[in-house]
Design a protein. Structure first.
Length: 149
């Protein structure tokens, strides 16, 4: 019952603002930090090799320091950074919806705890875009769309 309280749009908005302001504050203070995130909402570009992805649990901890910290940015409810994975340091751009960040740490201290989850609609936005791209890949479909007044 209590968990429903933390899944309302009002609480999601509150946490989104709190996460954004906290991360911006850490950037302004030039303070490196770590984030614990729900793995199922994270995207990687390019996609990580299967062996690396399989090593992740439901929650993964990213330590933002050095190059990873320098590439980190926050924009429109999304946090991105570049990171290397595995023994070969496989490089990938990591994209995390803000509400998929469950905790923020500075050194060993948890400074933010988030109980909200990304809304289902937010998670599926990429699927809508991919569906449209698939639709437009067929030249016959492009013709149909152009006929609209």
């Amino acid at each position: 019952m209590t968990m429903k309280l933390f899944q309302t749009s009002q609480y999601r908005t509150l946490m989104d603002e709190h996460l954004t302001k906290t991360i911006i504050y850490l950037f302004e203070q030039n303070q490196e930090f770590a984030i614990a995130c729900e793995t199922k909402y994270i995207t990687f570009e390019p996609e990580l090799p299967e062996g690396i992805k399989e090593s992740f649990n439901e929650t993964v901890l990213f330590v933002l320091s050095g190059y990873t910290y320098e590439t980190a940015q926050i924009e429109k409810e999304v946090f991105t950074f570049e990171a290397g994975f595995g023994s070969d340091n496989f490089g990938s751009l990591v994209t995390v919806p803000l509400l998929a960040i469950k905790q923020i740490f500075v050194e060993d201290h948890p400074i933010v705890i988030n109980l909200a989850s990304p809304a289902v609609l937010q998670k599926s936005r990429g699927n809508v875009k991919n569906s449209m791209e698939a639709l437009l890949n067929n030249p016959e479909n492009k013709k149909l769309l152009k006929k609209k007044p």
